[in-house]
Structure formats: C-alpha cells, structure tokens
Ligand binder design. Sequence first.
Ligand code: ZN
Length: 113
Amino acid sequence: MHELSLMSQLLADATAAAEGAPIHALKVRVGPLSGVVPEALRFAFESLIPGTPAANARLDLEETPLRFHCLRCHADYATPLGLYNCPQCGATDSELRGGNELELISIEVPDHV
Ligand SMILES: [Zn+2]
C-alpha cells in the first residue's frame, strides 16, 4: 500500500516545518488522479503518528476536483470524474490543469507564547 510511504513523507515534511513543536493538524490536498485512496491515507496516518510530534494531530483531507482549461474558449473549469466537456462551449479538447496533486498545504501548531 503506497499510501503508507506517501503519508510517511507528508509527515516528515510536516515535522520538519513544525521545527519540533507538537502538530495539532495537517491539511493535505488530494486530487482524484493522484492514485491515492483518501481512506487508505487516513489509515496510514493513524498508524504512523504514535510517538511523533503529530501523535494527537487531526488530518484534514481536502479532496479537489479535476480542473481543466478549455483550449477553444479558454474557460477554466472544475468537473467531477467522468465529465470532461467544457461547460461553456462543449469542447472536448481541454487541457488537464489539476487533479493529480498530493501535497501538504498547511499545518497547525500551538501559538507562540
Ligand atoms: Zn470551452
């Protein structure tokens, strides 16, 4: 299950960004083409956090839609999986602009006193 190694990397990034502070929450963006199953990612998270600065952290997954740029009318639009036509002109020759991301967006750490 590759979610385990991906989550391990996200946690390493978060821990480095927190500079030793306990982490309250991690926000991760997951696109439908990332090949990652959100539930598997959550499971990986729960199994990896004990003993880390993120031991009590919450995982916020932001699931993004597919995003396209229409090459005919230049509209940018988001669409669920399976629907690719441009909603403005109906063109099917759109360029994929997003949907394959798996990235750490932000972390929450305690406020400095
Ligand atoms: Zn269009």
